[in-house]
Design a protein. Sequence first.
Length: 593
Amino acid sequence: MSFLIDFLNILSKKQLQKLIIIQFLIIIMSIFELISIASIAPFMAIVSDTSLINESPLIHKIYNYFNFKNDNDFMIFLSLIVFSLFIVSVIVSLFTTWRLLRYSQKVGAEISISLFSHYLNQDWLFHSKNSSNEFSRKIFEEVKRLTGGIIQPLLHLNNKLILTSFMVVALLFYNFNVAIITLIIFGIFYLSIFLLLRKKLYINSVEISNLNKNRYNLIGEAFGGIKELIINNNFFLFLNQFSSSNTRFAYTSSNNQAMAQLPKFIAELVAIGSVLFLIIYLLILNNSGLNKLLPTLAVFGIAGFKILPAFQQIFASIATIKGNISAFNSIKQELSTAKKQNSQASKILKVTFDDFIKIDNLSYQYDSKKSFALKKINLVINKYSKTGIVGKTGSGKSTLIDILTGLVHPSEGLISVDMQKIKSENAKGWRENIAYIPQNIFLFDTTVLENITFSNNFNEIDMNRFKKAIEVANINEFINTLNDDFNSKIGQRGVQLSGGQRQRIGIARALYQDKPLLIFDEATSSLDSETEKNIINSILDTYKDKTVINITHRVENLIHFDKIIVLDDSQIINSGTFEELSKDVKFKNLLAY
Ligand code: ADP
Ligand code: MG
């Protein structure tokens, strides 16, 4: 069970401590159950043979101590004691079960949080290679399977194992022969069923994981491209695949569930058979009288009443764990790295930006590509300067921004800010200086105000800064046309907005952040040239204290910029002011573009 070690390894210190407390509760619960069941034996013995009251010194003492007048009163007293013991045992069991369920759900919730945080903390390259559908599946589906299919059964298993071993030991002392025979019968029965089903359970478990992956991907992809699918009327492909995955999923899951329940019914038959056998064995072969038999039968009856479901639960738990182990395996790696990351609390290394950003002899190559995306780039961007970057699609402009923002790190050469080298350790700190606006603005399903300020707390929001931002981004007039002004909701991904409106909200968002460095990566591509010019000029006028880097295809709107950099085929082929460059042929070509 190397799985158990792996599982304990991903738990935090606090979770482990709580687990120990639960473990302790489980032992107490088992002891109470054992005492309550054991109390049946002397009770039955006395009921079937009242002469025992005088024969046993202890019982005699109790009888006299409470001053009982007759045996019936004493029997009622004893039955009340037995019943009270059962009540206490039930209360302890209820409490323990509640804590146990709460523990497993809580650990599940915490695992979801740490997975989400782990994925959020990954760098850009990791995200560019992996699908977000995969992350949602793991955060929800696999964690759900981990909680309900591994942690809970594990605790139940543990619980029942302790209970049954206590009871078995007690029964062995009580009546060795009967206990050992019953044990062997049920032990062999459950073990052989388990060995029989084990492989199938695991195969199904892996299939459930794969089918789930498929289902999540299909949903993510379909809704991601819903407009295209509706217009081109080709969502049948998705629907067909989804329905076949779903049917198989239902089939496999129910098979696994049924396999866990299967032995229960057969076990009941075995149990009835055993009781009948027991009666015959004791009555006929042992030649004992009914009053001798009654206590034994009662104890075994009630013990069986507890042990049989416990056996069943042990089996079902192991089967469930086997059937869900792939869920744990699929997030194990992430969880252990997440745990390591959490323990070395990430401190943000501050990077000051007072003078310049400098790129020296920098080259960059994506893992998946043969050629360089950037070759031997040298560049200085002074604080407060306005720099334009132009070039054909695929010339490396966005890659250059990824490097400038510390999202990816150069294969060769270096980038520094005020002589501080930007590395993965301080990239986060460096980015605190940057407001970045991509071509595709992401919007979330809330108000305009919240989308721009990233805050829903009115006390926190600087309304003047907000007003200035929406004015410069030229989005205030549009906001005025909305029903609830800036408190109007814009749907997820902003489908209710035009591309240009979205981009202007993105610009307002960046301006509101009030960071010293503003980077636009084709952030104005959906606007008409006139609006773009107005916004750019307005930014240059209003935010003089900012350093601006702007990638655009409309070169003519960079007239007022200090420097324009022309990228072609991964290299800087020229740079200068608009005027200086206007003699360059390649630059002129871009003008026409
Ligand atoms: P631009 O922004 O100028 O259009 P990019 O910087 O996006 O150009 O791309 C430059 C080159 O790098 C292109 O050939 C592109 O295919 C490649 N590229 C961009 N992003 C990635 C990525 N995440 N993985 C692999 N190659 C990429
Ligand atoms: Mg680009």
